[in-house]
Design a protein around this ligand. Structure first.
Ligand code: DOR
Length: 439
């Protein structure tokens, strides 16, 4: 074994207590803790960083396959710098940035700009991976120059925020993206059925007097696109699945061998439509938070693999945009700061096990979007975090690093405080002297 430059001692890794050895930005080895004795003292080399991780959970850095970082164009909501800072402290080593910027990321110059901003703001990560627009200007009329976007560094294509209603165009988009070896991230929504609804359509929307959008608005397009995937044998990735009907359609297509993948957000797993009870614009998100039964279907689907992965759909907005009547507020919740703790709370509550958590945040997005991730095998990138599962923190605007304070967790105390985050063997987050987040 070559000399380690960092040793993490006595960390909890999926039920084991281990030491992690890192050298040159890569995992050297993971060993059970306790092999050290007087005759084998395992001293660390002089220049080696040692971390006592007793009681801390060791996780690979998370991947966020769906985030809106707002730059270029809406820097008052978020910048690439503030988004990546929130990502680093939220446990994300890789962030895939959606194309609905202004201008839209539909040409190489925009992708180049985003990558340059990320290099400037966060030279050691988190890594920004842009998602190219599927159609020019996200207008749904003409395909974007997909080959050019792929060459510039886009890792997927999406019309997120503006669904593609023209089925023939969508089919061609799938065929081109498949030729380029990249996957389409599909925002499934029939705008005619969604029809400006600001929450889930049901008894509650009726009682509140708010216009609803039915689950069918999502599910009809999921049906179309999993059928296309099955017919063409081309991958489709269904973004932010919100309802039972979509889960069942995805399960149906997967059983028949369609190369479909799907994601769910932490907010759809934790909250439901009742978050809208007090006309809270922070609960306005697209697709909407649905019923408790839908939430249960999503949880089960994530456990059994029908839904492959978690993604934040981080959608930061400025306070003045959300402090208006629900009808006028933009859709979206800010997610990068809270996603790790919210989903770790599902592990703490026994809704998800740690292996499913890691699959959903790391291995599944890594495989779907061909990103190098850490499986703690020798040679893997030393991208890891140490989470204190016994500590908690309270979500306040000050505790959030994103510019978007539009969270449903405001005032909540969440479990799990990130103590360390290393990317390629370098510290992105490490404890500082003085007061820190969490107790
Ligand atoms: O809630 C959402 N916000 N859903 C989307 O599809 C877009 C996103 C945004 O960009 O704000």
């Amino acid at each position: 074994m070559s000399a380690p430059d960092c040793i993490v001692r006595a960390a909890r890794l999926n039920g084991r207590v281990v030491d992690l050895y890192v050298a040159d930005g890569k995992v050297l080895e993971v060993r059970e803790t306790g092999g050290i004795s007087a005759t084998n003292p395992d001293p660390a080399p002089a220049a080696c960083t040692e971390i006592d991780a007793t009681g801390l959970v060791l996780l690979p850095s998370l991947v966020d396959a769906h985030a809106h970082l707002r730059e270029p164009g809406h820097e008052y909501k978020e910048t690439i710098a503030s988004g990546l800072d929130a990502a680093a402290h939220g446990g994300f080593g890789t962030v895939m940035a959606m194309a609905n910027t202004a201008p839209v990321n539909d040409e190489a110059a925009i992708t180049d700009f985003m990558l340059a901003q990320a290099r400037r703001a966060a030279p050691h990560g988190p890594r920004l991976r842009p998602i190219g627009a599927l159609t020019k200007g996200l207008q749904g009329r003409e395909l974007a120059p997909m080959a050019e976007l792929a060459r510039a560094g886009c890792v997927a294509f999406s019309n997120d925020g503006a669904p593609v209603t023209d089925s023939g165009l969508f089919r061609r988009a799938l065929e081109y993206s498949s030729d380029l070896g990249l996957r389409v991230i599909d925002h499934c929504e029939d705008p005619g059925l969604a029809d400006g609804g600001v929450m889930h359509e049901g008894a509650l929307s009726g009682r509140l007097g708010l216009k609803g959008q039915p689950s069918t608005a999502e599910a009809v397009q999921v049906a179309r696109d999993v059928l296309l995937s099955l017919q063409l044998r081309i991958p489709v990735h269904v973004a932010h699945v919100s309802c039972r009907e979509s889960v069942e359609l995805i399960a149906w297509a997967k059983q028949r061998g369609a190369p479909v993948t799907a994601e769910v957000t932490p907010h759809h797993l934790v909250f439901d439509e009742t978050a809208m009870r007090d006309y809270d614009a922070d609960a306005k998100v697209n697709p909407p938070l649905r019923t408790a039964d839908d939430r249960e279907a999503l949880r089960q689907a994530l456990r059994d693999g029908t839904i492959d992965m978690l993604a934040t759909d981080h959608a930061p907005h400025a306070a003045h945009e959300k402090e208006v009547p629900v009808d006028e507020a933009p859709f979206g919740v800010s997610g990068l700061d809270t996603a790790l703790s919210l989903t770790w709370s599902l592990v703490a509550d026994g809704v998800l096990d740690e292996a499913a958590f890691v699959r959903a945040w790391v291995s599944a997005p890594g495989a779907a979007f061909s990103l190098a991730v850490n499986a703690f095998k020798p040679g893997d990138p030393a991208d890891f975090l140490l989470l204190d599962p016994a500590a908690t923190w309270t979500v306040t605007p000050q505790a959030m690093r994103s510019k978007g304070k539009n969270t449903l967790c405001r005032g909540r105390t969440l479990p799990g405080v990130l103590r360390y985050h290393y990317l390629a063997g370098r510290p992105l987050v490490a404890p500082e002297p003085g007061p820190a987040r969490g107790r």
